[in-house]
Ligand binder design. Structure first.
Ligand code: G1P
Length: 276
């Protein structure tokens, strides 16, 4: 079985919760301290041994491509000055992996965005990172994707990262139930996208880290629009889960919902304290 090398970043969404900041700036480019959200995701993927970043963009997202490219003028300007080191991290990222892009022309949901990435992924298992779920780990631990890649080597099927959430928040997440296989690892037998708290199967919520086997693309093609009239990855994964082919993993680490103002502020405070 081949190792996972590719990571898909659905990045076509409008980021309406951050308007007006996201009117002309992709939400994935909003910085936590000095680094845009998507760069944290790419660094997590590199740490997990992935080297091919496949980004599904949309209109108004050109800044993402420019970010992961050389800026000759800027580099020339600051070369040899005390400011040169500010670019060290991003240059390192650019050296370690390649980036390819495709556009999701219509916004029909996360499942649809992932299907748009098929052209960049081909017929191999791949990771998915939703950049607005910002994850961090302590220095002794590896990152969430790294933990999941290791688990994939054992289970060789799709994997979703999960965490326990307050029951009243189930309507913001995909929610799973399953049989425990080992500490923190469940074989999923049912999953529902954003259930009302009173109907929720559990309080185990999917967060924005997935490993998907490539048969998911054909499944998405036949998946009908679900919650909010959108093609949901949770619904497509349910088809795999019914064949016993989805693992849910309670990851080790901290996650911030940077798709919300509260989560974004928390992440900023957390990384600021960490940098002190
Ligand atoms: C998406 C998924 C949902 C998952 C969440 C994690 O929802 O559809 O299942 O729990 O990401 O952040 P979104 O937040 O894009 O509405």
């Amino acid at each position: 079985m081949n190792k996972i090398k590719k990571c898909l970043f659905p990045a076509a969404g409008y980021g309406t919760r951050f308007l007006p900041a996201t009117k002309a700036t992709p939400k994935e480019m909003l910085p936590v301290l000095t680094k845009p959200l998507i760069q944290y995701g790419v660094e997590e993927a590199i740490e997990a041994g992935l080297n091919t970043m496949a980004i599904v963009t949309g209109r108004g997202k050109r800044a993402i491509e420019d970010h992961f490219d050389i800026s000759y003028e800027l580099e020339h300007q600051i070369k040899g000055t005390s400011k040169e080191h500010y670019l060290t991290e991003i240059k390192d990222v650019i050296e370690k992996c390649t980036f390819s892009y495709t556009r999701q022309v219509e916004m029909k949901g996360l499942g649809h965005a992932i299907l748009a990435g098929q052209t960049l992924i081909g017929n191999e298992a791949f990771a998915v990172v939703l950049a607005d779920d910002l994850c961090d780990n302590t220095d002794e631990q590896s990152g969430v994707l790294s933990q999941m890649v290791k688990l994939y080597e054992k289970y060789k099927c799709s994997i979703v990262a999960i965490e326990e959430i307050p029951k009243q928040d189930t309507n913001k997440y995909g929610v799973i139930v399953g049989e425990q296989e080992e500490e923190g690892v469940y074989r999923v037998n049912d999953m529902v996208e954003k259930p009302d708290p009173k109907d929720a199967l559990s309080n185990l919520a999917i967060i924005g880290r997935y490993i998907l086997t490539p048969d998911i693309f054909d499944i998405i093609k036949y998946t009908k629009p679900g919650k909010c009239g959108e093609i949901q990855i949770t619904d497509a994964l349910l088809t795999q889960a019914k064949q016993g082919k989805v693992i849910a993993y309670k990851f080790k680490g901290t996650r911030f919902d940077c798709g919300s103002i509260d989560g974004f502020v928390e992440a900023t405070n957390y990384f600021y304290s960490k940098s002190m």
